[in-house]
Design a protein around this ligand. Sequence first.
Ligand code: FPP
Length: 259
Amino acid sequence: MSRLPVAAARPAPTTALPAVLQADQLPVHVAVIMDGNGRWARQRGLPRVMGHRQGVEALKRTLRLCSDWGIGALTAYAFSTENWSRPGEEVSFLMTLFEQVLARELEALQKEQVRIRFLGDLAPLPAKLQALITEATERSAVNSGIHFNVCTNYGSRQELVQAARALAAQVQRGELDPEAIDENALAAQLHTAGQPDPDLLIRTSGEQRLSNFLLWQLAYAELHVTDVLWPDFDATALTQALVDFQGRQRRFGGVQEEI
Ligand code: FPP
């Protein structure tokens, strides 16, 4: 049985769309691999971490654009399970940056009705960051605006292993018949449970890899790779990605367009 995408509501745009975009053909859920912060900084003779600071600005810009243009969900890859292997100072800088941004932006997120969630293994994160994550998640849970997923200490293979373990434990307890395990049962154990799969994946800075990001959820996503470095990602770059998406014929393994 093929797994059809979960239907999701497409909110109406709140600001005028660029003329080249059509509201009813926009993706419902956009995922981004925000790559190129280090290169952006190096090109300017700056320390790598300055690229991450500008990366935060690009993420805020992208979230606001998606929200204004009626995209229902944005999922961003902020820190992978592999990113711990970066130099200690860069990891510490990123953790502190996440804390500062969350503390600083929480009121704005509330005002803009953003529902924020953090996907990944959050237990190894610093205690202060975990507390801010809990507060932001709880306070924004009933918000009616865009769903914003921040993948933090996220690794897709780890997520799938965790899901397999959870299902195995249910079988062991006699709560689940192995024959009843289907795609929906597995999807229900992922961090993204209950959310529609991304329709569009954008990766910046030219690399053509998935880097252990949403391997299950991106099964039918359209891919858009741009040479733009993440800190430079702006309305023009997002529009290009959305125009590219609009031009794709989505067949989900069939022979004719299904959406
Ligand atoms: C990849 O660029 C970027 C990251 C690993 C970090 C991304 C994090 C942010 C933009 C901050 C997000 C903040 C919040 C609060 C969610 P890279 O360092 O791999 O760049 P390079 O490939 O050019 O070296």
